[in-house]
Design a binder for this molecule. Structure first.
Ligand code: C5P
Length: 395
């Protein structure tokens, strides 16, 4: 990405201090940063520190005659490769969603013909407010890329979603946005990891999925330029930087999260979703009772893959996984038909194979055209081969 130009708009929030680190890291990675400060941003960081770090003039005024004679705001908004707003405040998001152009930052955002990536930062209640969530939906629909916010403690002392993504996460999102690989412009949904089905607040039903294969697939798709929404259960492996991350615990939450993702070109369902949940899960820790054992009443979880395949929002290409311990190909073929997906990646997860929770996989790819038997290889190799095949299928 060396030599790429970023127009960095810094909004007025406490997280603006992280934007200084972001500038430094962007420069270290070879980017050029053209900084813009909103009026309220100057309450948090000074134009002098921003310009000293960026090595560039800081733009602040819409009606700066000097600027207009050298580089007008229209040109400023277009002479870059990407526009990044970090932090974006609730107010700036509202302006963007409603098309206001009453200061330099909002005017640049209206005038640009480049992709825009925003990193929201605000109090958790402001983030969860119906107005912000409405504006977020509008911005997503307009094709604005969103990075974060993260969950955690905040400067105001509250806890929840609203912390600006860390500079490394924003840079990963910038790299994805600027990647011109064969999957550029494609939006791919990946489900990954196990689900945990609570018995009570401290106990749950789970499975041995580590999330390694789903994570490797998401990384391989990012490397080919895709935008990846990664819906993951509590996995052992950390999610890759650069994905739109949605963390869930249960199958029902995974279904809700998947249904909320819009405009998906490809869906890859790698998650090992628990087949059952406990209907009578307790709000309190179940006490050991000397006279009787607890009875867990199970109910079947919805099949997320089948639900997506049967929905109006079905992606063009849907890939399922089939973890089997016997008659792998026969069962997986039947599963492809039954669930209505296009491809099934089948693997034998019998204990002797070391595949479930291990670093290698031995898969058979089943499509409408037949089966491809791939040799045993690392999960990252399987991921790259699958990502390449998807790119070929779409292009
Ligand atoms: O039926 P089985 O669990 O073997 O199917 C595996 C495939 O279906 C995987 O792609 C898995 O992610 C998906 N699946 C799902 N929802 C479930 C169960 C499985 O999406 N409740």
């Amino acid at each position: 990405m060396a030599g790429k130009k970023i127009l960095l708009i810094i909004g007025g929030g406490i997280a603006a201090f992280k934007s200084l680190d972001l500038i430094r890291r962007l420069l270290e990675s070879g980017y050029q940063v053209i900084p813009v400060l909103t009026k309220s941003a100057t309450e948090f960081v000074t134009p002098l520190s921003v310009s000293a770090l960026a090595g560039e003039k800081v733009h602040q005024d819409l009606f700066d005659l000097n600027d207009e004679s050298q580089m007008g705001h229209i040109e400023l908004s277009r002479a870059v490769d990407l526009v990044v707003v970090a932090p974006v405040t609730a107010d700036l998001m509202a302006k963007m969603a409603h098309g206001h152009a009453n200061d330099l930052a909002s005017t640049l955002l209206m005038a640009t013909d480049k992709q825009v990536l925003i990193a929201p930062s605000m109090n958790v209640r402001m983030w969860e407010h119906a107005a912000t969530q409405r504006n977020l939906a509008v911005l997503k629909d307009d094709g604005i890329l969103i990075c974060g916010p993260n969950e955690g403690g905040m400067a105001c002392g509250e806890f929840g979603f609203g912390r600006m993504a860390e500079p490394v996460e924003i840079i990963a999102a910038i790299e994805v946005a600027l990647n011109e690989g064969p999957l550029n412009g494609r939006h791919i949904l990946v489900t990954s990891g196990p689900t945990h089905e609570p018995i009570d607040p401290v106990r749950y039903i789970a499975n041995r999925s580590s999330g390694a294969q789903g994570t490797a697939i998401a990384s391989a798709l990012l490397a080919l330029g895709a935008r990846v929404t990664f819906v993951t259960g509590p996995a052992d492996v950390s999610p890759p930087l650069g994905v739109d991350l949605v963390k869930i615990q249960t199958a029902m939450q995974m279904l809700d999260a998947v249904k909320a993702v819009q405009n998906v070109d490809v869906g890859i369902f790698v998650a090992a979703v628990a087949d059952w949940r406990i209907v009578n899960a307790s709000d309190q820790k179940i006490k050991k009772n000397v006279d009787s054992l607890p009875v867990l009443e199970l109910s079947e979880n919805p099949d997320i893959l089948s639900t997506v395949c049967a929905s109006k929002m079905r992606p063009t290409l849907v890939v399922g996984f089939a973890a089997e311990t016997q008659n792998v190909v026969k069962n997986a073929r039947a599963k492809r038909q039954r669930k209505g997906c296009d491809w099934i990646v089948a693997n034998d997860v019998s204990p002797g194979t070391g595949i479930m929770g291990g670093s290698e996989n031995d898969v058979v790819l089943i499509t409408a055209d037949g089966t491809e038997d791939w040799p045993r290889m690392g999960k990252d190799h399987v991921a790259r081969r699958l990502a390449k095949k998807i790119a070929e299928e779409l292009n």
